[in-house]
Design a protein around this ligand. Sequence first.
Ligand code: ZN
Length: 347
Amino acid sequence: MRCAVGDEADESEGATVSYEPVVGHEAEASDEFETRLKVYEGQRAAVARAGKDPVNAPMIRHWCEAMGDTNPAYSGPDAIAPPTMLQAWTMSGLSGHTRGTHAYDELLGLLDDAGYTSVVATDCDQEYLRPLRPGDEITFDSVIESVSEKKTTKLGTGYFVTTRMNIRVGTDLAGTHRFRILKYAPIRREAGREGEPDRRKKPSRPRPVVNRDNAAFWEGVQRRSLLIQRCTGCGTLRHPWLPGCNACGGLDWDSVEASGEGTVYSYVVMHHPPFPAFDPPYAVGLIELTEGVRMIGNVVGVPYDKVRIGLPVRLEFQEYGLQERDEGWVLPVWRAQEAQQMQEVVA
Ligand SMILES: [Zn+2]
């Protein structure tokens, strides 16, 4: 499993990586610093800790409810925990946050002192070696697996630090959890010249996060075709796109094109917090397509406070991000179909 973590990662700002050219004595200083960082590779980031609770059915049930995961493997007398819960069993909760080892703190301190004061989580990668079952008591330790060379990203220049956590039951390795952060010196935003108003352009809308599981969906959207994933084993349609079928567990799939007709199943109106790329308030709809699946999108063509559950909507594709530096991309939005009549009723 691979997942992006945090808003910054979702905006894929941390994703574009290039080498920063270094010259002369600056290069030597940089080499020396990197040698000091490399010393921490292989050192412990956490030593012999125990999970706060044994693997247990109530946490599994709450997780499955929150995820909408009805897989029968996760309930009943022979239940296993969803493998993706791996990290949950290691978490220390909101209180009693435990610190890293001396080596890990020292590494982060070294980066702080060199000006790499910001941090963003970029991704995690898990391997599952043994199912966890209610009653299992886990222990875990963590090692600093790697410190990258200096990298320049859109967020700023810095170093990727990867830790690998090993989660065990007794002597059995149950799984590993690799977690990568970028410690970086943030780029100073260029303010307008003195005496001039600041003419920085509004940031463009965040790009969708495209991964192995949903790439075909977004390729369809770029062609202005809304595709619904279909299990070729049992025919069940699903959205969002996933590697397997929740109904039969099948891994094979194809897709069908959505008719583009739907209704607002639920919605929220975003007021706060304000994101610079958006103009609040605006309505975000959970749209139920006539095919039965639901997906999230902006409801357009009607004032935000006139969006209602049951409002018929029709698919439209809107282009975003055509400003400099950005190649354009397309997002599906949902245009209200009864806006005219509704406005008349309200009037
Ligand atoms: Zn299926």
